[in-house]
Design a protein around this ligand. Structure first.
Ligand SMILES: [Zn+2]
Length: 463
């Protein structure tokens, strides 16, 4: 390992920032007395929740948003370059506040005066996102931040409270007129459901997906009451459910019920495979290739919408009915990719990517719903042999090919449905982890909303 150079701090760092990096000093604020930041007291149990709506911009609004997205992307990339240069060339670390001061400079500079056409609060939020990306990198949970590319990265712009106007419609509470900074007309928002009673938007994010659709994400802080605890009959044992994700069925529960891949998704998957074959035949850089790519992006958008809605109803029901929900750290199907012909291989790969995405979405929804409603999500280690273990006698069976849907345990002779057996194993292993955490918890302390096996050092895998 190469030794990392020592960080430059103090007056020397200030000088470098001022002279080499062009970041203005904070002199303006130096003479003013520091005022402590007054934070709005948050009621306990307040959770941030995002509601998403589609909207249709006018031609002017679309043009203004295009400019805003472009400016956000530029500022993000410039901030990234500045932070990288500061460290690589001068061993100085540059934080959020300093990138904001640099932004003031960019807005004043002659060559980049077009940045003045976009609200500075919105551009600061782009730097805030960059700062978040760096924090995740330093924590080790993400890779080094990447430059945002036109048409490759999703376009987005975030407006904090000062960056938009909200006028609630007295006739239809929870809906209203939203006007963004630097725009004159309110947006044409399709309020598919009203915001919760008495809530006002705290933050807005405007996005345009690769299929060219516009969305408004409204963040509100609302009080979410945890649900009463769910117990098994008898009232002492928490009710638990194991979820197995697979190729044949999307989700199988330990009670044997299944959530299939919706026919619609399968149809889209077939179409996607066809479109992708088409794309490969198109010449690189040609107009037709661009068009084919756009069609694929639209399909992906459709697929993710269908999947999100489907999983939303499903996870809400599961979280209502159960106290403990157990999933696997990675779908096992990943490790059992069938080796078949080239065309089928591509299709299998595609199916796999759809399952991976479903799993990601499922996990995301379970995570936040468990936190909201006072449930516990247990994520079992991916090396746990959920498919191979017999749930009746715990004997380890043979490795199973994906095509095998049923198998009989050689030890005890029980016939298993492959997925149900896996779901039962997951539930049992999850409960074992749940109790090991519950026992170690000081009395009166609530259970954490997430237990991840790979983050529990003292828990060993059950044989
Ligand atoms: Zn057995």
């Amino acid at each position: 390992m190469t030794e990392s150079p020592a960080r430059v701090v103090g007056e020397e760092a200030k000088r470098i920032k001022r002279e080499a990096l062009g970041i203005a000093d904070r002199s303006k604020h130096h003479k003013r007395r520091a005022v402590p930041l007054r934070r709005r007291a948050k009621e306990t149990g307040t959770q941030q929740r995002v509601y998403q709506y589609r909207f249709y911009p006018t031609v002017e609004q679309a043009a203004q948003l295009e400019q805003t997205f472009g400016a956000c992307r530029w500022v993000y990339n410039e901030g990234l370059a500045l932070r990288a240069r500061a460290w690589e060339q001068h061993q100085v670390s540059v934080g959020f506040a300093e990138t904001c001061r640099a932004l003031t400079g960019w807005r004043r500079a002659e060559g980049t005066s077009w940045l003045r056409d976009v609200s500075s609060a919105v551009l600061q939020q782009a730097l805030r996102h960059l700062d978040g990306a760096f924090s995740r990198f330093f924590k080790g949970t993400a890779k080094y931040p990447k430059r945002k590319k036109k048409r490759r990265s999703r376009d987005s712009a975030t407006y904090v409270r000062t960056g938009f106007r909200w006028v609630e419609d007295p006739e239809r509470p929870g809906t209203g007129l939203v006007t963004l900074a630097k725009q004159t007309e309110p947006l044409d928002v399709r309020w598919s459901r009203p915001l919760p009673r008495g809530e006002v938007p705290v933050k807005l994010t405007v996005t345009r997906d690769r299929a060219g659709r516009y969305f408004l994400s409204v963040l509100v802080e609302e009080l979410i009451e945890p649900l009463p605890a769910a117990f098994l009959p008898g009232g002492t044992e928490p009710k638990a459910v194991g979820l197995d994700l697979g190729l044949a069925t999307l989700v199988t529960l330990d009670d044997g019920s299944k959530l299939g891949h919706p026919r619609l998704l399968r149809k889209y998957a077939d179409e996607l495979a066809r479109r992708q074959r088409e794309l490969h035949r198109k010449e690189k850089g040609s107009r037709n290739r661009g068009k084919a790519r756009e069609r694929i992006a639209r399909l992906y958008a459709l697929i993710s919408d269908v999947r999100r809605d489907l999983l939303d109803q499903f996870t809400t029901r599961l979280v209502r009915e159960n106290q403990v929900l157990v999933v696997e750290d990675l779908p096992v199907a990943n490790l059992l990719r069938p080796a078949v012909g080239k065309g089928r291989r591509r299709k299998a790969k595609l199916n796999q990517s759809i399952i991976d995405a479903s799993w990601g979405e499922l996990l995301r929804q379970l995570r936040y719903k468990c936190a909201w409603y006072g449930r516990t999500l247990v994520i079992v280690d991916r090396f746990f042999p959920s498919t191979r273990r017999c749930c009746a006698c715990h004997a380890k069976g043979p490795r199973l090919d994906v095509s095998v849907r049923e198998w009989t345990c050689e030890e005890c002779g029980v016939l298993h449905d492959r997925d149900v057996n896996a779901a039962v194993n997951l539930r049992d292993e999850g409960m074992r982890l749940f109790w090991s955490v519950a026992m170690a918890l000081p009395p009166g302390r609530p259970m954490p909303p997430v237990i991840k096996a790979s983050e529990l050092p003292e828990v060993h895998l059950a044989a």
